[in-house]
Design a protein around this ligand. Structure first.
Ligand code: NAD
Ligand code: AOT
Length: 312
């Protein structure tokens, strides 16, 4: 398949590398000048499961993508606040049959994509892989993981296209699964990020260290309940016990992982995706007259930490 990965930081690199190694025709696009320069010079460089790899692929800065390129699918892997600009910059290469796939963390990306692209061509889900940029020219890819997606618009040919995308990802070793309900999956992953990303960032610990603390379970349950209450206003019936188990399974499966929000704020002094995670629940809770005191406080605390550190 002819694929583009738009946003090739940590996770975009994992997907671009694996898809290319499986024989797909992969082009990468990024908005960070230093990253683009390294991609053009040395390709995708990573430590993949303990082995150093370097794979050459066509690379473009997001303002210089030639308009005559054609892709079967574009995978978006920016940070949430970069998505809208990336979609706008990629629009010229979207033909009538190009599919848009978003497996990023954060709630509300479907609306961003649908501002520019027809719903029939939007595919949504999430990934449980991990990834970390060690330098502008290098990414660390360890741990086991998976990903899942579905067509946003029900029916054919979207369902078959989702199956085809899942096959391409699965054939590349990315352990992909087809979902019934993409919005459910986005909220369920939101529970993971709204607990572990946010708390590990504020408390400056990894997932396993957080999981061993006395109040871990109580905090996770109460945060997940707020996600479930806001999800319910959007027709999503989150199973709270199952979502809590899903979060707590991470303590062992990816215990050594420092979530991407930690990598952003603690390691790299970058602004975080909090407004698309707990911040989404806090804003939408207010709109529906729901009380979400934990998400309100966590959002304010992460923004306060960003402000105190002068995060960019
Ligand atoms: P990332 O920050 O590594 O990359 C996103 C963009 O930011 C890229 O364009 C990258 O070039 C740029 N960037 C990275 N470091 C930068 C710096 N220091 N200065 C300027 N620009 C920089 O993001 P990611 O971790 O790949 O995340 C992409 C999406 O995947 C997010 O929604 C994230 O939440 C999600 N996700 C990440 C992980 C993970 O383990 N990293 C796991 C699951 C989901
Ligand atoms: C993650 N990590 O989503 C969580 O770092 O943002 C992140 C993230 C659970 C399972 C795998 C990865």
């Amino acid at each position: 398949m002819k694929l583009a990965v738009a946003g090739v930081g940590a996770m975009g690199t994992r997907f671009a590398l694996k898809l290319k190694q499986a024989g797909n025709d992969v082009t990468v696009v990024d908005g960070w000048d230093e990253r683009v320069a390294s991609l053009k010079k040395d390709g995708l460089q990573a430590n993949l499961d303990g082995k150093e790899v370097a794979v050459k692929v066509p690379a473009y800065g997001q303002k210089e993508v030639p308009h005559d390129l054609h892709f079967d699918a574009v995978f978006f892997f920016t940070k949430s606040m970069q998505l809208e600009q990336m979609v706008k910059d990629m629009l010229p290469v979207f033909d009538d049959d190009t599919l848009a796939v978003c497996l990023m963390n954060g709630i509300g990306h479907e609306q961003t994509l649908e501002k520019y692209l027809p719903k029939e061509r939007v595919f949504l889900g999430n990934t449980m892989w991990t990834a970390q940029m060690t330098r502008p020219d290098h990414v660390l890819l360890e741990d086991d993981g998976s990903c899942e997606l579905a067509n946003v618009q029900p029916g054919e040919p979207q369902h078959s296209q989702a199956q085809e995308l899942v096959k391409v990802l699965a054939d590349a070793g990315l352990k992909a699964h087809l979902l019934d309900d993409p919005q459910y999956s986005v909220f369920r992953k939101g529970c993971v990020n709204g607990t572990l990303n946010t708390l590990c960032t504020l408390l400056e610990c990894n997932v396993e260290e957080y999981g061993r603390t006395t109040y871990a379970h109580e905090m996770v349950v109460n945060i997940v309940k707020e996600f479930a209450a806001v999800g319910a206003t959007e027709g999503i019936t989150l199973d709270v016990d199952e979502a809590v188990n899903h979060v707590e399974a991470c303590y062992t499966v990816i215990g050594a992982h420092y979530p991407s929000m930690y990598q952003d704020l603690v390691k790299n002094n970058r602004r975080t995706e909090i407004d698309y995670i707990n911040g989404y629940v806090s804003r939408h809770g207010k709109e529906h007259g729901l009380k979400t005191p934990l998400c309100d406080l966590l959002t304010a605390e992460v923004h306060t930490k960003e402000e105190l550190q002068g995060a960019k």
